[in-house]
Design a protein around this ligand. Sequence first.
Ligand SMILES: Cc1ncc(COP(=O)(O)O)c(C=O)c1O
Length: 391
Amino acid sequence: MDASQMEPIPITRPLLGPEEEAAAVRVLRSGWLTQGREVAAFESEFGALVKAPYACAVSSCTAALHLALVGLGIGPGDEVVTVSHSFIAAANVIRSCGATPVFVDVDRTTQGMDADLVERSINPRAKALLVVHQIGMPCDLTRLLLIAKRHNLHVVEDAACALGSEFLIDGAWEWIGRPRGSVACFSFHPRKIISCGEGGMLTTQDSGLDRKFRRLRQHGMDVSDTVRHGAAQVVFETYLEPGFNYRMTDLQAAVGREQLKRLPFILERRRALAERYRTLLAELHGVQSPPEPAWARSNWQSYAVALPDGANQKEVMQRMLDLGIATRRGIMNAHREQPYRASSHALPVSEWLQDRTILLPLFPDMTSDEQDRVVAALGEAITCGAALSTA
Ligand SMILES: Cc1ncc(COP(=O)(O)O)c(C=O)c1O
């Protein structure tokens, strides 16, 4: 069979089934579609899973990151020390607060903020570190927390991709999101570990912050819809501060609750597939599989391989697409995009990772045949790309 007759292999495929369908129908039939009981249940189940005392659901991880910064009082004149090597949402929300993102280069192993470089970027205007557990690999949180403490900075964890990822702290494995910093923010976009279409979650240990997130996601209102609708007495709400509409719907939350039940299977499958990729890719000369530090357990939200020297990234990706296989280039760098071009010095590791790595398909119901096809196509694309560049 030639490639044109084979089923295309997508970059990801959310695992959804009759349970999610039934959950959505249950909500539709209930007549209550927006933030209500399902959202409250999703929050408590999610919080219990990551061992966070408070979990607040919102409409996306971008909304979660924005609320985290607003909740922590980040505003005009402040600096937030972060990475450029991430989805642009983090830089955008810092700007939306009127603050300035200060970009630090990343560590090549974890693709997270380089703890050796961060201190030189901290000045008296810095109010927070916004660190990213990139593509599911925990950043060096232990060291970054110590640095933040030394400089009296809040720590916001962008854990969009990191549900189920673990790191070793004080001699024990711990899930990302407990959280160790001030707030951790998760995403439920279809490229993430579990999905309900769109959605986000903030976890914190701080009850005051959690109360603030709940107000801010609902226009600054002092009472929730469920309390108001369930009250035997008439309730007049008040608006305590300017807020947003960052509500998650009950439709999304009901699907998210079913997704949480699948999480152990999803994590097991992703880890098994990553291990199998590592074995298969060892046969491809010059291709480097992603390393995993001894103190980290990735959920392998994405599997980023470094291409051999001389391989043309775009040509390799195009050849794979011609063979029916979707890939993505290495994680973007915000400082190379128009809004942030002026704001940074060179970030060589970030740029290298964007230009020299590609993300391969990886999703829970991926078959061995599909994985074999990806590896074969990568081998062919590299040979073909190398031939083209030497021709
Ligand atoms: C690291 C990171 N942070 C934040 C986001 C934004 O998430 P959302 O799409 O839920 O707003 C993404 C999305 O790709 C991401 O990868």
